[in-house]
Design a binder for this molecule. Sequence first.
Ligand SMILES: Nc1ncnc2c1ncn2[C@@H]1O[C@H](COP(=O)(O)OP(=O)(O)OP(=O)(O)O)[C@@H](O)[C@H]1O
Ligand SMILES: [Mg+2]
Length: 484
Amino acid sequence: MFGRRTTIGQGTTPARPAVPAPAAVSAPVPPSASPASAGRPSAPPPPLEAAPQKSDHYYHTKSLIFGAMIEAIDLSQLSKLDSASARDELRDVITEILALKSVAMSIAEQEELLEDICNDVLGYGPLEPLLARDDIADIMVNGSDKTYIEVNGKIQLTNVRFRDNAQLMNICQRIVSQVGRRVDESSPICDARLPDGSRVNVIAPPLAIDGAALTIRKFKKDKLTLEQLVKFGSISIEGAEVLKIIGRVRCNVVISGGTGSGKTTLLNCLTNYIDTDERIITCEDAAELQLQQPHVVRLETRPPNLEGSGQVTMRDLVKNCLRMRPERIIVGEVRGPEVFDLLQAMNTGHDGSMGTIHANSPRECLARMEAMIAMGGYTLPPKTVREMICSSVDVIVQAQRLRDGSRRITHITEVMGMEGDVIVTQDIFIYDMTGEDANGRIIGKHRSTGIGKPRFWDRARYYNEDKRLAAALDAAEQREERVA
Ligand SMILES: Nc1ncnc2c1ncn2[C@@H]1O[C@H](COP(=O)(O)OP(=O)(O)OP(=O)(O)O)[C@@H](O)[C@H]1O
Ligand SMILES: [Mg+2]
């Protein structure tokens, strides 16, 4: 068998491998949980809070088996196998050890132990059961003792624990090494991606005082669609229809929102309505967007290497885009001076470009853009900067995560122009919060502001979407009247 170096039971001097020892405390792994890189089970296991803690006997047995396994196999050989074969190999070895040591365990317990050890050696240890769940949006590890997850917009504590901070660091290291990076005291901040596309951030001690902080935004293979957002109540049918038209008729759009408010999701939704014959270039820090069109070039920024060189910033990417004959430029997250280049692109024939910005309202989004231009060292008069923003951005879509955990599109706002020194905006749709039900859920509704002919009307007519736009706006008005 590949990877073995002794016959089990012979007892040789072990060459200590560079793998973590078994987790002293790790979350129960449901028998159905699959390996990190294999397909995840679609049915989520029961909530972790309900799962019982394992007995000391279990951990004692696990240590025993783990030690025997380390002696029996050559882990460097094992690492050359693909994940499924390595796991099969490990399972065979562990099953043999269990038989040899006559460990008294039920089949279900054995299966659990097998998974647990495989996860520690090959996968992400105690994180595996969380990674296997499809209903989790974020995993937040705050040192070895505390792991939180976000489910349905709500953050909750799990009983997932790492043996110690060393095991947690080991797992962080394993994650970031897959994308050729390193995280340690000398380079304690690192962005990475899991093989399934999930976005990862690690900040290690000494910057993180209580042990490494690991944050994972779980990648959703099946991205949410506008239809689903309507079903969730994130936007009204008519609002969604207007957004589809905005995406199709090449309005320049900025999606604004706080952390985790659904900006990237919304951007992904809007890109669904781009025609298939357009050349699109996407720039992201970690590729999250999933465009369906055939003619897409995906670009990703690069952090500096250990010597501090080789960095490629978002600004570099956006600038380079302009030399790639793009028809639309999509920037995953605008955080700095690249806003200037994006606005210029929007202004110079790359209509239909889009980006997201961290801001809590459309007004604040405009101010953020101004501030980010100033960050780039441009010393343009404020009025010139505002004029530039006005002539570039057509629509701001505001996303918000409300305090009950639900995510809503709270504004679809047009940028109209300047009045004196001030940028004038016009809301087309807004979300009104009216109260809270007995379960603490926020009650509210999306309403049209009664604008019958938005500024992008001519654009809609040019793309032969004016009738559809009129129908959507009329339907929204009629709904208002019915409610009144
Ligand atoms: N309208 C929605 N209803 C329910 N869940 C949503 C909605 N929009 C987004 N989500 C979920 O919320 C999570 C965060 O979404 P997303 O990544 O789009 O946020 P973001 O604003 O881009 O976050 P960040 O600021 O970290 O980049 C994802 O798991 C996503 O599937
Ligand atoms: Mg995002």
